[in-house]
Design a binder for this molecule. Structure first.
Ligand code: AHR
Length: 646
C-alpha cells in the first residue's frame, strides 16, 4: 500500500462525519426527551392514550376528558376526575413509554396543573409504583378553584425500568388535571427541560461534525397536514400541541398505535443539542410535499413572493408558506433580538445566535414535482441569505432514472449539497467503495445523509446491527474518505431506537428506559469521526486489491494538529493479512504508532444491552522503524493506524 504523504490532495471537511436524528423508534418521547408521562396534556387524538382509571369506573364516580375552561386555547383538553369517597382506588395511572425508568435515589419533579371542583378534594397523592412496590410518594396540597401549577420532588427507593405513576384524590369530590409531568432532575447539563444524559453522552462521544434533524420522513408527514412544522415546536413546553407520529400504526411494518410527538424536544432544543455536542445544526425542512410513500400530497405553487410571518397559519398552505417558514427559521436561529423570530429565540434563553450555516430542502424527494418546488425555494433563500448553504434531495436510491434526473438538475443549478441515501445489503457497500472515484471534482458536493447496511433486506424487521454490516460500512467509508473533496458529509441512519418500541432496524444506538449502548456500527462511525484527520492523502492499494476486489480497503489522511499520519484499513476476510504501508515522503517519523482495532472472527457479532462493549475498538502499540510500516491485519477487522509523522 502506498501513501503519498508528500502529495496532499485537499483538506478533509471539518464536519464530515455527523449524526442523523429522526423521531422514529421512540427516539424523542420515550428516548432522548426524558419526560416520563405519556400524553401529559390529554391532547392526543384519543385523549386517554397512556392513562387508565385505577379500577375502571369502580374506583371513581366518573372521569371525563373535558374542554370546559381549559388552561389555554393551545391546551384545550384536560382530565376531570370525580370520586364519592377518597381512597387508593380513586385515581388514574400513567404507563409511561413502555413503563418509566427511575433510578434509586435520583430526583424526579412531579408537576401538574390542577383545579378543584365540587366537593372536598384537598389535594393529590402521587405514587411511583413498580408492580405492587411503592418506590416514592408525595403530596400535592392546597388546591383552589383556579388553575395553578403544583410540584413535588420524588426520590425512588429502588431502580425500576417499568415504573408507573399513580395519582389518587385526597378527599371526595371533583378535580381537574392537566400537563401532568414527571421529569428527571438529572438531565444533560441539569437543564430543566433537558435531555437524557447517557444518550447525549453517546452522541457527543462521536465527535459529530453536524446534527441533521428532525428527519427523515417525519419532515414530510403522511399528509401535508401532519408534516413537521418547526414553529409549532418552540416556546412554552406546556403549550406545544402534540401530533400523531408518521411512524404510528399507519405505518405498515410494525404496529405502534401510541406513537405521538409531544414536541417537548423541539427546534430550540435541537439547536441547543447541536451546540452542546459541538455539531453544526442541519435542519431539514418540508419542500411542500408529503411523504411519497403515503399520500404524496403536494402544496400548490404560487408565483407570488413570500407573504409574511403569518403565512404558515393559512388553512391550505401554498409553497410560499413553506418558503416563509424556511426564511423565518434562519431568522430564529441567527437573527437579532430586534427581529420577531430572533426575539423568540432570545426569549427562550439563547441570546447568542445558533450560527446556522446549512439548511436542507425536502427529504427523499425527486422528479419534476420536487424540482419545480426546490427552485423557487432555493432562489428565495439565496436572495435573502446568500451565505446559507442548501442541501437538496436526490431520492432514496442511488440508482434509477428519478435519482439521475434530480442529481443532474441539482448540478445544473449548482446546488451546494446533494443528499443521497443508501439502504442496501452489506455487499452493496463493499462493491460500491469506488462510487465517487469518478464523480466530477467541481460543482455540487455529496451529503451521504442516510445510510446503513441491511443484513436481511431494506427495512426488514430481521435486520441486525452485526459486524458484517458494520465492517462493510467501514469499507464503504474508506471510499468516502478517499473522496472527501467531493463527499462533504455523511451520517448513518437511523440514530436511536427503544428496544421495546421500534419500527425500523438496524439503528446506531439502542436503549431501554434505563440503559443504552452503541452498536458495532456506532463504534465504526466513531473511529472514522474521531480519526478523520485534516488533510486527504493519496493512497494506492496493491493492483489486485483495487476497489476492494481482494477484500482489502483503505484510505489515508494526515492529522496536522496531532502531527500524525492516519491510515484506515479494512480486512474483510476470515484470514489475517500482512500489509506494508509505504509512507512516501513522510518526515519526522516517530518510533511508536498506535493501532485502534475492531476485529471479530464471527461476522454476526453484535453489542447488546447485556453486552454493550462486546466489540469495541482496542488500542495496541506497534513499532515504526522507517517509512515502510508493516502490520498484520486481524481477520474481519477495521484497523486505524496512527503514525507519528508529517
Ligand atoms: O431512516 C428511516 C427512513 O428511511 C427515513 O425516515 C427516510 O428518510 C428513509 O426512507
Amino acid at each position: 500500500i502506498t501513501v503519498q504523504v508528500n502529495k496532499p490532495i485537499a483538506p478533509v471537511p471539518k464536519n464530515m462525519f455527523g449524526l442523523f436524528f429522526e423521531d422514529i423508534n421512540f427516539a424523542a418521547d420515550g428516548g432522548l426527551y426524558p419526560e416520563l408521562v405519556k400524553n401529559k396534556s390529554f391532547e392526543y387524538d384519543d385523549h386517554l392514550i397512556g392513562w387508565k382509571a385505577i379500577r375502571g369506573a369502580a374506583g371513581l364516580e366518573s372521569y371525563v376528558v373535558s374542554g370546559d375552561r381549559p388552561i389555554s386555547n393551545a391546551n384545550s383538553h384536560f382530565l376531570r376526575l370525580s370520586a364519592k369517597t377518597a381512597g387508593p382506588d380513586a385515581g388514574f395511572v400513567n404507563e409511561g413509554f413502555r413503563g418509566m425508568g427511575v433510578k434509586d435515589g435520583a430526583e424526579y419533579t412531579f408537576s401538574v396543573y390542577a383545579r378543584k371542583g365540587a366537593g372536598n378534594v384537598s389535594g393529590l397523592t402521587v405514587t411511583l409504583q413498580d408492580g405492587d412496590r411503592t418506590l416514592a410518594q408525595g403530596q400535592i396540597t392546597g388546591l383552589t378553584g383556579e388553575w395553578k401549577k403544583y410540584a413535588v420532588v420524588l426520590k425512588p427507593s429502588a431502580t425500576a425500568a417499568r415504573d408507573r405513576l399513580k395519582l389518587t384524590l385526597d378527599g371526595a369530590g371533583a378535580v381537574d388535571l392537566d400537563v401532568v409531568s414527571l421529569f428527571p432532575k438529572d438531565t444533560w447539563l441539569k437543564r430543566e427541560n433537558g435531555l437524557r444524559p447517557d444518550l447525549v453522552q453517546l452522541l457527543k462521544d462521536m465527535k459529530p461534525g453536524f446534527l441533521r434533524f428532525p428527519g427523515g420522513c417525519i419532515v414530510e408527514g403522511m399528509t401535508l397536514d401532519n408534516r413537521y412544522q418547526w414553529k409549532q415546536t418552540i416556546g412554552d413546553v406546556a403549550s406545544r400541541q402534540p401530533m400523531i407520529n408518521r411512524w404510528n400504526k399507519e405505518f405498515k411494518w410494525r404496529y405502534t398505535p401510541d406513537y405521538y410527538q409531544s414536541f417537548g424536544l423541539g427546534f430550540f432544543e435541537y439547536f441547543q443539542l447541536a451546540e452542546d455536542i459541538g455539531a453544526e445544526p442541519l435542519p431539514i425542512l418540508n419542500v411542500g410535499m408529503a411523504c411519497q410513500y403515503n399520500s404524496a400530497e403536494l402544496a400548490p405553487i404560487s408565483a407570488s413572493a413570500a407573504k409574511g410571518p403569518n403565512a404558515a397559519d393559512a388553512a391550505e398552505p401554498t409553497l410560499d408558506t413553506f418558503i416563509q417558514d424556511a426564511l423565518d427559521l434562519v431568522e430564529f436561529a441567527n437573527g437579532p433580538a430586534s427581529r420577531p423570530w430572533g426575539a423568540r429565540r432570545v426569549a427562550m434563553g439563547h441570546p447568542a445566535p445558533f450560527n446556522l450555516k446549512m439548511l436542507g430542502i425536502g427529504n427523499e424527494q425527486w422528479g419534476p414535482q420536487y424540482l419545480e418546488r426546490y427552485e423557487p425555494f432555493a432562489k428565495a433563500l439565496k436572495a435573502k441569505y446568500p451565505n446559507i448553504q442548501l442541501v437538496s434531495s436526490a431520492g432514496p436510491s442511488p440508482e434509477g432514472a428519478n435519482f439521475d434526473l434530480a442529481t443532474k438538475r441539482m448540478r445544473e443549478l449548482n446546488a451546494e449539497y446533494i443528499d443521497e441515501h443508501y439502504y442496501a445489503k452489506p455487499e452493496w457497500f463493499r462493491q460500491n467503495v469506488g462510487r465517487y472515484d469518478n464523480y466530477p471534482r467541481t460543482g455540487s458536493k455529496i451529503f451521504a445523509g442516510e445510510y446503513a447496511a441491511q443484513s436481511a433486506g431494506i427495512a426488514n424487521n430481521e435486520n441486525k446491527n452485526n459486524w458484517d454490516c458494520a465492517l462493510s460500512e467501514a469499507a464503504f467509508m474508506t471510499g468516502l474518505e478517499r473522496n472527501a473533496d467531493v463527499v462533504s458529509m455523511a451520517s448513518y441512519a437511523p440514530m436511536l431506537a427503544h428496544v421495546d418500541a421500534w419500527q425500523w432496524t438496524p439503528n446506531l444506538i439502542w436503549f431501554d428506559n434505563l440503559n443504552a449502548y452503541g452498536t458495532v456500527n456506532y463504534y465504526v462511525q466513531q473511529l472514522f469521526s474521531q480519526n478523520k484527520g485534516t488533510t486527504m492523502l493519496p493512497l494506492q492499494l496493491p493492483a489486485n486489491a483495487k476497489n476492494g476486489t481482494d477484500n482489502l480497503f483503505a484510505s489515508a489522511v494526515a492529522d496536522d494538529a496531532a502531527g500524525e499520519l492516519v491510515v484506515k484499513l479494512v480486512n474483510y476476510s476470515a484470514a489475517p493479512r500482512a500489509v506494508a504501508v509505504n509512507m512516501v515522503g513522510a518526515k519526522k517519523l516517530g518510533k511508536t504508532g498506535r493501532a485502534l482495532v475492531m476485529a471479530a472472527d464471527d461476522l454476526n457479532t453484535q453489542n447488546s444491552l447485556q453486552e454493550p462493549k462486546k466489540l469495541v475498538p482496542q488500542e495496541v502499540k506497534f513499532a515504526v522503524s522507517g517509512p515502510v510500516v508493516s502490520y498484520t491485519l486481524a481477520p474481519n477487522s477495521l484497523t486505524v493506524l496512527r503514525i507519528p509523522g508529517r
